[in-house]
Write a protein that binds this ligand. Sequence first.
Ligand code: SAH
Length: 261
Amino acid sequence: MSLRIVLVDTNHPGNIGAVARAMKNMGLRELHLVRPQAFPSVEATSRASGADDVLNAAVVHHDLESAIAECGLIIGTSARKRHLPWELVEPRECAARAVQASLTGKVALVFGSERFGLTNEAVTRCNLLVTIPTHPDYSSLNIAMAVQVLAYEIWMLMRPGLPPPVEREVPLATGDDMVKFYAHLEQVLEEINFRDRTGGTQLMTRIRRLFNRAQVDQNEVNILRGILTAVQGKRRIAGSKSGDKTSTGSTEPTQGRPSRR
Ligand code: SAH
């Protein structure tokens, strides 16, 4: 099982230590830090208590993309409702999905900064979001407490003595596979002149939400890439026969109008 905790832009080193401790209590060991403000730090080590092994093994990244590149399932955490609705689950369901996916691939649980939470850009990298239910007037937990709650639910499904869960046949596509797929798709949309008719800039975000929600596996992403390559091949043949009229933007693709949400 490979399940990593990813902390993005953490401000307080003490919180990083407390996260390491919460993880070790619940049997998690893979800590990834994206742009930590201060790390390593005496405060982090002191708050980690006996979990300095988890802390010492933490991997530091310059961006979120590299922290999740190998991960098949990427779960974002959010204390608040998002402007752009994303699939949202509660901690128990989150744990079930995480444990299931970790049988065949790597899983990331991503936490935002203490002050601002996850950016909208970071959310678009996630397959789904989890929110820990709280009193509606005060929804933001300390980051280490949030890790504790989610890690506890995971531990409840992996602790010794439970019947083994059923494995997926094919591992999920990784974050890196999806980056390549979206770049390919964007390129083909450009080539066939498919644009958001509302003039908005949300088209790729909506497309990401659709495919992230589907949780595409490695066979499926290969099929999608194959379709895109076939479209490009056909266009090249058609272009060489007819002088490539479509690239002039004279065609009207039959796309639907994306609804505003
Ligand atoms: N002010 C921020 C909250 C940051 S709390 C905001 O409005 O989004 C720091 C991090 O702890 C969050 O990014 C999230 O990863 C986690 N967290 C805090 N409360 C949470 C909750 N109720 N559910 C899920 N994650 C939570």
